[in-house]
Design a protein around this ligand. Structure first.
Ligand code: PMP
Length: 399
């Protein structure tokens, strides 16, 4: 029998997509389901984006475009970078991809040979593990339990990174925890990183505009500019501009890395479509008030979600300060019963919650933290309170 490549034995569908699909199917079959599963923003881009697409349709030549991204798009991203506190980049420092997920995959191919070590904190965004496994990298996990607020300490980082760690992958604000590192925390981690010259640094900061409580966004290179020569900043239009399905991601970093990603593009995708590029340029250069408005809305939602979860006996939830996720520890319920079902772990908890209360959440094990589950609080506003009430009722019924 003909076999698939060995690599496919390591590849699996994204756990988040699996839950989201299950919730969708239940809904389609007539069940009343509230989905806290997938991280989709609950807003659309402004009318200027659709106007730009209409205009582009009139001029679309239908020809192949640039492997790196059109000059107009790269210039728009350069402006966006400046607004986020980055300077000194030119077009050659940039490249694009079909979403940040694709950019991250390209970076893994560009920086990691089979057997090379990549280190990242847990909880981690699911695809980090999947991408690392597909390219055959060795993963070193840096556990950040709820007791340390799901955050990495400088001591941990120092102990973990060795000269054979090729890549350190860092995500701030965090999916799944919603944690945001303060300026002082980033500065302390950056101090460690300057002493690790053999390690590339990838900062996946696609939620950097979604920071609450006046905390601000900080990157290692803001505090130690000498790290610029081995740091790659990854960004995306998906969350900030309410454009997840448009599939636009970016990177900014050393020229050699940007060129490597561009070379992979030339073999994988050739270019981002012209229509998508027009939408991306309009989003990046047009009015930026949508994100600020949404951020205010997410702050209110975060307050509600955090208060409601913290009021459930047995649940503890470090207070999120960015993105749109909460990551409560639900391990106190493991071993309890729901009818004749035993809640053995996070997967059983989420399955029973969906079955009995029609609420879809993602088990924490999908993010390397099996004591927790992830709530994405971007559902329609009218579903937020009922969803939280159902989780409370579910927990109260466990014996
Ligand atoms: N990084 C993180 C931390 C994410 O949460 C996501 C999307 N869930 C991505 C990258 C990928 O985003 P995109 O839609 O641009 O592929």
């Amino acid at each position: 029998m003909l076999q698939l490549a060995q690599r496919m034995g390591r590849a699996k569908p994204s756990a988040i997509m699996v839950i989201a699909e299950k919730a969708k199917a239940l809904k389609a079959s007539g069940r009343d389901v509230i989905s806290f599963s997938i991280g989709v923003p609950n807003f659309l881009p402004g009318p200027h984006v659709y106007e730009a697409v209409r205009k582009a349709l009139e001029h679309d030549s239908g020809q192949y475009g640039s492997n790196r991204g059109s000059n107009e798009l790269l210039d728009a991203f350069l402006k966006h970078l400046q607004q986020a506190g980055f300077s000194g980049y030119a077009r050659e420092n940039l490249s694009t991809g079909v979403g940040a997920k694709h950019v991250l995959y390209n970076l893994a191919e560009a920086l990691l040979d089979e057997g090379d070590e990549i280190a990242f904190p847990t909880p981690y965004w699911t695809s980090y593990m999947d991408i690392a496994e597909i390219v055959g990298a060795r993963v070193k996990l840096l556990p950040c339990p709820p007791t340390q607020g799901y955050k990495l300490t400088p001591q941990q980082l120092d102990a973990a990174l060795t000269p054979s760690t090729r890549v350190f992958l860092f995500n701030n604000p965090s999916n799944p925890t919603g944690m945001v590192y303060t300026r002082a925390e980033i500065a302390a981690l950056a101090e460690v990183l300057v002493r690790k010259p053999d390690t590339w640094i990838i900062t996946d900061d696609i939620y950097h505009r979604m920071v609450f409580d006046g905390l601000g966004y900080h990157n290692f290179v803001h505090l130690r500019p000498e790290l610029t020569e081995r740091t790659i900043f990854v960004d995306s239009l998906s969350k900030t501009y309410g454009m997840p399905g448009w599939r636009v991601g970016f990177m900014a970093g050393p020229k050699a890395v940007a060129t490597a990603v561009t070379t992979l593009n030339s073999n994988h995708i050739t270019n981002l479509p012209e229509i998508v590029t027009a939408a991306a340029v309009a989003a990046l250069t047009g009015p930026q008030d949508v994100t600020a408005r949404e951020c205010a809305d997410f702050t209110r939602r975060r307050d509600r979600v955090h208060a409601a979860l913290s009021a459930i006996p047995g649940v503890s939830c470090p207070r999120p300060q960015g993105a749109f996720y909460a990551f409560p520890d639900i391990s106190a319920f493991f071993g309890k019963r729901c009818g004749d079902q035993v809640i053995a772990d996070d997967v059983a908890f989420c399955a029973a919650l969906l079955e009995h209360q029609g609420v879809a959440c993602v088990p924490g094990s999908a993010f390397g933290e099996p004591r927790a589950l992830r709530i994405s609080y971007t559902c329609p506003a009218a579903q937020l309170e009922p969803g939280l009430q159902r989780i409370a009722a579910f927990c109260a019924a466990l014996v």
